[in-house]
Design a protein around this ligand. Structure first.
Ligand code: URA
Length: 240
């Protein structure tokens, strides 16, 4: 693939901008500046740098973000900064077939929720991970206002009715981890689901953190606000 096309596919700007970056000597491959925008390279496995910033070619982008509190999962946030500002520009600019550019969050977390968020430009992956039919378990660590008791845990496991839906929603797993905290596993992602489930059993969410999606846990060395690429092993762990 031509170097300018590689840059374009990775989100470094329009084809014209990418050709310009190469011609201006701002792109290096294997530590050597390449000024020929049409130079051919094997894209798969290619590492290059643009204005000194290293980048590895990814045909599709799959990333994991440790969402900090006080951020919105929207491209056009109303009050809080968008999570997308935590990602480098190429991830936000990767060309897509439709009008929306770049990676998109796989589901949303509330402004005050922290923890694991996946983002990708692979629409099929988003569909598979979000569809209730695929039952991908998501684990939440919940801090509660009132003490957690066995009755609440039993009700969450048996199913609670949320205001807009006559069908009860139930936790796939639920255990108290402390007097004021519990670990809840859900396989659906309804609006404010954890908060509404806790309210339905007479308690209230004070803090909410997503620690796991499927077989993948939030890495302990990924600080709030940091992101990293998903590895092939991570992606394999996420397969149903
Ligand atoms: N449930 C909620 O109530 N909020 C979240 O952010 C995620 C799940």
């Amino acid at each position: 693939m031509q170097l300018q096309e590689i840059l374009y596919s990775q989100g470094f700007g329009t084809r014209r901008v990418c050709a310009g970056l190469v011609q201006q000597g701002r792109v290096s491959v294997a530590d050597e500046v390449c000024t020929d925008a049409s130079a051919e390279f094997e894209a798969l496995g290619l590492c290059f740098s643009v204005q000194g910033v290293p980048w590895a070619y990814h045909e599709k982008a799959y990333v994991l973000l440790h969402k900090p509190a006080g951020t919105e999962c929207s491209q056009k946030p109303s009050t809080w900064p968008s999570i997308y500002t935590l990602l480098p520009a190429p991830l936000r600019q990767r060309p897509q077939k439709g009008p929306i550019q770049g990676v998109q969050a796989v589901g949303r977390l509330d402004q005050d929720t922290t923890g694991m968020l996946l983002l990708t430009d692979d629409g099929k992956f988003i569909h598979r991970m979000s569809s209730p039919r695929h039952h991908v378990p998501k684990v939440y660590e919940v801090g509660t206002k009132h003490p957690v008791d066995a009755k609440q845990v039993d009700k969450l496991l048996a199913g609670v009715v949320l205001d807009d839906d006559p069908k009860p929603v139930l936790a796939a797993a639920c255990e108290a981890t402390d007097e004021h905290s519990l670990r809840l596993t859900l396989t659906e992602g309804k609006y404010h689901q954890v908060k509404r489930m806790l309210a339905a059993v007479g308690n209230r969410v004070e803090t909410l953190h997503r620690s796991r999606i499927g077989a993948l846990a939030l890495p302990t060395d990924l600080a709030p606000g940091q992101w990293r690429w998903l590895t092939p092993a991570d992606l394999a762990a996420l397969q149903p």
